[in-house]
Design a protein around this ligand. Structure first.
Ligand code: SF4
Length: 219
């Protein structure tokens, strides 16, 4: 592949990954609110620690419980996820925001996505990746979630010294697909990052080898 990847190669990338891995949608959660909580808890920690923290709610994970919980008790519950002091505060702040919409997904969904995104980004402890994860996985707004795997992949596809910015990477996947496709796109990139595009890439057999400048150098 010559030059920088663009929207068109963003589409090819999806097609190639889909042809190899198929449907991989995810966010392992019982409810939209659990997605929101998980998006906070997973910051700077492995998902297994999030699972441990969520299990310690013992079925009580709800906006009402989190808002009314004593801060110290909440910190103790989410301790396995690390940074529990900061995360407990973020969880309460995010939940209070959700309360403005009556803890109702349809009320949030009725708003323009950029309005909700702006409100989330204004909350303490919520950056673009967390905000977009909440928008896509909890509220099913059509938005692409960029993570470290995505940025690493783009850097290698382009064989570039510099990583794309979050916004540039997001733009490569456009804003006109549906939420299910964005959900799957992110899951496919994660799958390939675990199988081939690891910290040390295993280019042989990678479904993206034909459009990857790093692979072209190693073959
Ligand atoms: S070909 Fe290699 S560097 Fe390129 S995406 Fe695949 S594993 Fe990563």
């Amino acid at each position: 592949m010559a030059g920088k990847i663009n929207r068109q190669t963003g589409n090819s990338l999806y097609d190639l990954l889909f042809a190899r891995y198929g449907e991989r949608r995810w966010w392992p959660a019982e409810s939209p609110y659990e997605v929101m909580a998980g998006a906070i808890l997973t910051q700077n920690t492995a998902w297994t620690n999030v699972e441990k923290a969520i299990a310690r709610f013992e079925g009580r994970l709800s906006p009402q419980f989190v808002l009314s919980a004593d801060a110290g008790d909440l910190m103790e519950i989410i301790r396995p996820a690390g940074f529990f002091n900061r995360k407990a505060g973020c969880l309460k702040t995010l939940t209070a925001w959700y309360g403005q919409y009556g803890f109702a997904v349809p009320s949030v969904r009725a708003q323009p996505v950029q309005k909700i995104r702006g409100e989330l980004l204004a909350l303490r402890g919520i950056g673009k990746k967390t905000a977009d994860s909440i928008l896509l996985y909890a509220f099913e707004f059509p938005i692409f979630v960029v993570d470290a795997y995505t940025l690493r992949l783009l850097k290698r596809l382009e064989d570039s010294e510099e990583a794309r910015s979050y916004d540039e990477a997001q733009a490569l996947f456009g804003a006109d697909l549906d939420a299910a496709l964005y959900n799957n796109a992110h899951a496919l990139i994660v799958e390939n990052a675990k199988t081939h595009c690891r910290a040390k890439p295993v280019c042989e057999g990678c479904p993206l080898a034909g459009i990857c400048k790093t692979a072209a150098k190693t073959v």
